[in-house]
Each structure stands twice: as C-alpha cells, then as structure tokens.
Ligand binder design. Structure first.
Ligand SMILES: Nc1ncnc2c1ncn2[C@@H]1O[C@H](COP(=O)(O)OP(=O)(O)OP(=O)(O)O)[C@@H](O)[C@H]1O
Ligand SMILES: [Mg+2]
Length: 165
C-alpha cells in the first residue's frame, strides 16, 4: 500500500468550515473520490480540533451506520463498509510503547489493503509509513480551518477532484 512519496512541493489547499455541516459536506466529497479505498490519511490538530468528527462523517458517507467510537483508548477501531472496504481508524494520542506497534499487529494492518485514518500520527513513534494525504485542522472562530497537503500521486488526485471550499 506504500505509494511513492513525491510532491513535497505539491500545492496545499485550505478550506474554512463554519460549522460541522461543512465538515460533513467535505467528508461526503472526499468519500466520493476515486481510489480512496487503499490509502493512508493523517489527521493533525490539537485536542478538540475536529479530527474524530471528520472521521465520523467520512465513515457515514462511506456507508457505515453503527456508532463510530473514538479510538483514544483502544488505539485502533476497525470498520468495514457495506461495499467491503476495510477501514482502520487509529488514535495514537496514548500510544507510548513502540513495541506495541509489532505486538498489536499495526504493521500488518498498515500493510493490508484498506483505508487507514490516523489521529495523532506524530505520536506513532516514527513507525508509520509515509501518508498519501495530510489533513491539518485548526479552530478558527466557531468553525475550523482545514489544510490538505498531498504526499503521493493518489493524494494529489483526490485533492484535484475536490471542489473549492
Ligand atoms: N467544523 C466544525 N465546526 C465547529 N465545531 C466542530 C467542527 N468539527 C468538530 N467540531 C466540534 O469540536 C469538538 C471536538 O471534536 P473532536 O472530538 O472531533 O476533536 P478531535 O480533534 O478528535 O480531538 P482529540 O485530539 O481529543 O481526539 C466536538 O464538540 C465537535 O462537535
Ligand atoms: Mg479524536
């Protein structure tokens, strides 16, 4: 699933979400992107920036109907869409043992097909492969600022397919 890391200089794009409804609209658009299935997306941002909220809307847009728990304590929550796409939703906020990476099977999960969505990737102890797309969220007034930076050809293709915010 590792895509050639390129395009460090690829243009980043910024959206302004006035409310959660804008997060939802954006998640729907991203869910419709071509080849989103096999990808690794990093979610950056402070506590409460809206990372889990975004993942919830993305999973719903992909057809997942059950409760989407925050993986803060479990580190990873697995999901599967009705179309059979495996999704691993990680949160490395409390991850502090690099040995756990092997023991918990995270290496295998990352090597398997499917969508990987990772909150707090900076706490992944350097064990994570390069991401296809980096999403950085920041509180701005009552809403959020969202910056997207692609790091692979497919990340760039999704970005090109998104309408402006
Ligand atoms: N676009 C938005 N506009 C306004 N409020 C939002 C938006 N997105 C999320 N929120 C609100 O921000 C709060 C925190 O969101 P969330 O739990 O998703 O943050 P998080 O980044 O996952 O935090 P953590 O690092 O603790 O996991 C929630 O109350 C949510 O409703
Ligand atoms: Mg969260």
């Amino acid at each position: 699933m590792l895509h050639t890391p390129i395009l460090e200089t690829a243009p980043r794009r910024v959206w302004r979400w006035g409310s959660e409804a804008d997060t939802e609209a954006f998640a729907r658009q991203l869910a419709a992107s071509p080849a989103l299935g096999d990808a690794f997306i990093e979610l950056h941002g402070d506590l409460g920036a809206g990372k889990t909220t975004f993942v919830r809307h993305l999973l719903r847009a992909l057809g997942i109907t059950g409760r989407v728990k925050s993986p803060t304590y479990a580190v990873v929550e697995p999901h599967e869409t009705p179309a059979g796409l495996a999704i691993s939703h990680f949160d490395f906020y409390r991850f502090n043992d690099p040995l756990e990476w092997e023991d918990a099977g995270f290496r295998e999960l990352f090597a398997s097909p499917g969508l990987k969505l990772v909150e707090w990737p900076e706490r992944g102890q350097g064990a994570l492969p390069p991401a296809d797309l980096e999403i950085a969220l920041q509180t701005e007034g009552l809403g959020r600022r969202c910056r997207l930076q692609p790091h692979s050809p497919c990340g760039k293709a999704w970005l090109d397919a998104l309408a402006s915010g």
